[in-house]
Design a protein around this ligand. Structure first.
Ligand SMILES: [Fe+2]
Length: 585
């Protein structure tokens, strides 16, 4: 059975194709359209998914949209009526931007793909998140917790799932509904701290490490725990229901002070800079505490050892690590794409297992469902452009790049199919030595062109990860897709200066050799030269651009920033300014 999943029209549009119960292709629209966080109808992603599998739209048995658009329409309409007349300004905006085409999704999909309307199905938004988290995990029975900004009505769901031959089940026991939302709480602080909502939430988490949670009591005025184990936001501090331009109220500002303007630098040497960092640390702490308590209650209720986490909130690696440590679950699974893009895959899997009742299948445990890089394309472009191009076999390439990295060069690394999800996990990465703070500053300044407080993540072989990082039981699993933040062992913090965050932590990827064997070999070769089989691994893009997809985009990025060497397959390109070492080829 061939099922296409689609998420679109909010942010991070994507398409995913599931054939006979297993993903074949999945890609976010932004990687193809080259518009970051592209929210439009994912026509490029759909076309690529079908072409990659050698299918026509006629071959599809079903097309599944990741949420119930009429329910979302109802939520926006109801919210607007509830807060009328204050909402009269935001309602047209919400209709235009949040809904727009969404209500007419069945007609759009039908006319775009030419599939009959009866083949078009809809899943609930959080069922898509739950399916993306549970059905891609190796767990056969797990508790499921999802949390995001909002879907139709739900913002948090809690339940459990079972995978058994012919009897897959996902039961969501309860939900918390809009406007009460952990994602909206965090996004409100994201906006208050001068960052882009739905995009820069991870900057708040990065900034939190510089601060102290001195304003936890103030944040707790915004979010009240309810007797049933849920929470409710205090409406007087928020305005996202009533205006499109601002998410917090003047009472919010009374509590936390004046907001940061987006272009104001954050200087930790100033009182203002420290206030913003303390504010980030405080909302981060409250988010973690709330998630840990909800997860603990779900553990006590289900008695299950495994937890699958979904929704955009599951991108918060500090919270995930605390859930693992404190909620009682032995294993916590976060998929590579827990946010709305991942819902395209979740919706397709949900339809396959639960709507069509197809047999359970193990999903390959990796994130590489996107377009493959073409090394010949890179060689051709670089040669025509007069750059130094070499073609090496795998063993020589690994030794050569390990030499470059040990010499302090920065490498753009493209290998095979691209990652589905926001993290570069070894196929579209910028790699560098993890050893010095100067390297971190150089990458932030000359390559990524982003704020200096932003940390970089390390990648290290799974088998030796706990030598350098304090991984609790279950921590290596969270690190598989870079979903947990853990302490760097104190004795290695100065030796790993480029990837150790200000609080001594790192969002480490624990690399299983079978998942990305070439990167694994590179780590081992780098370890032989430096004594540390650890590399700095950051997504291959510059600020404001999506992660590179094709070889040409990697080449264009390489030419525009301070990357010294670029790899795709067996092809290595170097800039004239950074000549390669003498290596026989
Ligand atoms: Fe969502």
């Amino acid at each position: 059975m061939k099922i296409l999943g689609i998420s679109a029209h909010y942010h991070d549009s994507a398409a995913a194709l599931v054939v006979d119960g297993v993903p074949v292709s999945a890609v976010q629209e932004e990687r193809l359209s080259r518009h970051k966080n592209d929210a439009g109808f994912p026509s490029n992603a759909i076309e690529w998914c079908l072409t990659n599998a050698g299918l026509e739209a006629d071959d599809l048995d079903a097309v599944v949209f990741y949420e119930r658009s009429m329910l979302k329409f109802e939520r926006i309409l109801t919210s607007a009526l509830r807060t009328f007349p204050y909402s009269w300004r935001s309602f047209p905006h919400a209709i235009k931007n949040s809904l727009g085409e969404k209500v007419w999704v069945r007609g759009i999909i039908s006319s775009y793909l030419g599939v009959p309307r009866k083949k078009i199905l809809f899943t609930a938004h959080h069922a898509s998140h739950a399916a993306a988290a549970f059905l891609t995990s190796p767990s056969r029975r797990a508790a499921i917790l999802t949390a995001d900004g909002v879907g139709e009505w739900a913002t948090v769901t809690a339940g459990h799932g079972t995978r058994a031959p012919g009897a897959t089940d996902i039961t969501l026991l309860r939900e918390i509904r809009y406007p009460h939302s952990l994602g909206m709480l965090y996004s409100t602080f994201t906006a208050y701290l001068g960052f882009a909502v739905n995009e820069d939430e991870y900057k708040v988490m990065g900034l939190a490490a510089y601060g102290r949670p001195t304003m936890v009591e103030q944040v707790r005025k915004l979010i009240r725990r309810t007797p049933d184990g849920g929470f409710a936001l205090a409406p007087e501090y928020f305005e996202y229901e009533t205006t499109a331009s601002r998410s917090y109220s003047s009472r919010f500002e009374d509590l936390f002070g004046s907001p940061r303007t987006p272009f104001e630098p954050i200087d930790m040497e100033t009182t203002e800079g420290r206030r913003f960092a303390d504010c980030a640390a405080s909302v981060q702490r409250v988010l973690e505490d709330t998630l840990v308590e909800m997860a603990r209650a779900l553990h006590d209720e289900t008695g299950l050892p495994d937890l699958c986490l979904g929704g955009g909130v599951a991108l918060n690696g500090v919270a995930n690590a605390r859930i693992l440590a404190e909620s009682g679950f032995q294993r916590v699974f976060v998929p590579p794409a827990p946010g709305d893009a991942g819902c395209a895959l979740g919706a397709a899997l949900y339809a396959d297992r639960i709507y069509f009742k197809n047999p359970d299948r193990d999903i390959p445990d990796h994130p590489f469902w996107g377009p493959a890089v073409d090394a010949r394309e890179l060689a051709k472009a670089a040669t025509e452009d007069g750059q130094t191009v070499q073609e090496l076999d795998d063993a020589r390439l690994v030794e050569r790049i390990a030499d470059d990295l040990a010499a302090g060069r920065v490498v753009g690394w493209m290998d095979g199919a691209s990652e589905f999800g926001p993290r570069a996990l070894g196929h579209r990465s910028i790699l560098a030595s993890p050893q010095s703070r100067e390297m971190r500053d150089r990458l932030n300044r000359d390559i990524k062109r982003r704020e200096e407080f932003r940390p970089f993540a390390p990648v290290t072989p799974l088998e030796t990860a706990d030598r350098y990082f304090e991984l609790p039981s279950g921590g290596a699993r969270l690190g598989r897709f870079m979903s947990g933040v853990f302490p760097v062992r104190p004795e290695y913090r100065s030796a790993l200066g480029a990837i150790t965050h200000v609080d001594g932590s790192a969002r480490v990827q624990t690399l299983d050799q079978a998942m990305a064997p070439r990167l694994h070999a590179l780590l081992v070769a780098f370890g032989k030269r430096t004594g540390l089989p650890v590399l700095l691994n950051t997504s291959f893009n510059v600020a404001g651009e999506p992660i590179v997809n094709r070889a040409l985009e990697g080449y264009s990025t390489f030419r525009r920033c301070g990357i010294d060497a670029l790899v795709a397959g067996g092809v290595v390109v170097t800039k004239a300014a950074a000549p390669p070492r003498e290596v026989a080829s």
